[in-house]
Design a protein around this ligand. Structure first.
Ligand code: ADP
Length: 453
């Protein structure tokens, strides 16, 4: 019997008892009451009892209804909250750049987000077990170590995308696996977070190579300076003719070190901090003439004819000091890697799409063999090391040229036919800059964008 039915039976029994008591009391107290009067009194009493009971019952029902309504609303709100936090969680998991893989104690996959699919190259295919997510033993070792010890674990994973040919892409991932605990103690699963550290590792390698190169480049002139000073101190100083020669060599090596330090400082200024470009509309022909002036003595020493073929009315949007630096490096190379009595010429044109000014520096030297062409803009890359050093090169000139061209939103590249010289092109965007007002606009860039040259 339900609680409600029991209450109804009880209420009916109480009502019958009350009515029985009332009838008994009425008969005992008023035995002579007329039948009609007795009925009227009974009807009034029953009516009053009915009204009281009905009000009580209705109030109870209303309270019940109100309570049910309230609890329904609470439930609806709770469901809404749960749905909202569920979808919030789902969208966070889907949108984070880190790959997420969550497994339970039996290595069944509970979740793999889009980033993890893309990093691990598993596209849209369904995955049920960890072995279907990755076959890499490092991944399995990290996940099972977390399951068995309850401690975090890390792993470095290498992934090759493609069919296994030489053109494949290698990707390095860092896996951070942490225990998933729903209660206080027990490890209920593992959350694995994956990040792509390919670029980071490459930059670290480039940095280390750069440092090794710089110290190697400094060691040679330094060793030479030390040796000559020792020779002078050992008595050569009294030999006037030789001591002068030794001092010149020391000076040349000291200058080489100074140039190297300057170029390294220049490159790191571009790559680390923020380099400010003071953009101006510059008359290119005049800039080239100034560069030629500065290098006239070098041109004369190598017997090079320098020809400025830039039109009078050609203007470029660039930072004056940086443009001069770019051209000086290219012209200096076109002089020192030319043939004696050769020629170098500078021309300018607008690209077919009208978006860029193309400044070309062409020489009549031996050119660069095709296998070296893609690498000459790398730091310290020299085709002929001895010749470059002999000519006082640091091996950083073209790297600086490329970085500065990119800083302007442009590019630098080279073409060459061995035997008939090289053509270096600097491509600078044609940008509208307030002309001839003496005002300049400023552009900033972060060196990181061009750190791979
Ligand atoms: P550096 O001139 O100090 O050696 P760069 O970075 O300017 O260093 O040039 C890198 C290398 O590219 C040079 O060592 C040289 O082998 C080659 N190179 C540059 N310019 C020319 C050129 N005009 N003709 C032939 N080779 C060149």
């Amino acid at each position: 019997m339900t609680q409600e039915r029991r209450q109804i039976l009880l209420a009916t029994a109480v009502m019958v008892a009350v009515f029985g008591l009332y009838e008994t009391a009425k008969t005992l107290l008023f035995p002579a009451m007329e039948v009609v009067t007795s009925h009227v009194v009974s009807t009034v009493v029953v009516g009053v009892i009915t009204i009281v009971t009905a009000r009580y019952v209705i109030r109870q029902q209303l309270n019940l209804l109100r309570e049910r309504e309230l609890s329904n609303r609470r439930l609806r709100e709770a469901l809404g909250d749960a749905e909202r936090s569920g979808s919030l969680l789902a969208s966070i998991v889907a949108s984070v750049a880190e790959g997420l893989v969550i497994i339970d104690r039996d290595s069944q996959v509970l979740l793999v987000n889009d980033a993890a699919r893309s990093l691990l190259g598993i596209s849209d295919r369904p995955v049920a077990r960890l072995s279907e997510v990755s076959r890499d033993p490092q991944v399995h070792r990290a996940f099972s170590s977390v399951l068995s010890t309850g401690e975090r674990a890390e792993a470095r994973i290498e992934i090759w995308s493609g069919s296994g040919d030489a053109g494949d892409q290698r990707r390095v991932l860092h896996l951070h696996a942490a225990p998933l605990r729903l209660g206080e103690v027990q490890t209920d699963g593992v959350v694995g977070a994956l990040i792509d550290i390919t670029k980071l590792e490459r930059l670290e390698r480039v940095r280390q190579e750069f440092l090794a190169n710089v110290s190697h480049e400094l060691r040679t002139p330094l060793a030479s300076i030390t040796a000559y000073i020792e020779t002078l101190l050992d008595g050569a100083i009294d030999d006037n003719e030789n001591s002068l020669r030794f001092l010149h060599t020391i000076q040349r090596n000291a200058e080489r070190m100074r140039d190297l330090v300057n170029d390294v400082a220049e490159l790191s200024a571009i790559e680390t901090g923020r380099v400010r470009l003071n953009m101006e509309n510059l008359p290119l022909r005049r800039v080239v003439a100034e560069v030629f002036n500065g290098l006239a003595h070098r041109g004369a020493r190598y017997g090079i004819h320098m020809r400025n073929l830039v039109d009078e009315d050609c203007t470029v949007a660039a930072d004056p000091r940086r443009l001069e630096q770019i051209l000086t490096n290219l012209v200096d190379n076109a002089i020192k890697f030319n043939r004696p009595g050769g020629e170098l010429r500078i021309t300018a044109a607008t690209s077919d799409d009208g978006q860029y000014t193309l400044i070309r520096v062409r020489d009549t030297g031996p050119g660069i063999a095709p296998e070296h062409l893609p690498r000459v803009f790398e730091r310290f890359y020299r085709v002929d090391k001895a010749r470059s050093r002999e000519a006082g090169g640091t091996g950083l000139g073209l790297a600086i040229v490329k970085h500065l061209a990119r800083a302007h939103g442009g590019e630098a590249y080279v073409t060459s036919e061995p035997g008939s010289g090289c053509e270096f092109t600097v491509k600078l965007p044609v940008r509208p800059v307030a002309a001839n007002t003496g005002k300049s606009s400023t552009a900033e860039f972060t060196g990181r964008e061009v750190a791979n040259g």
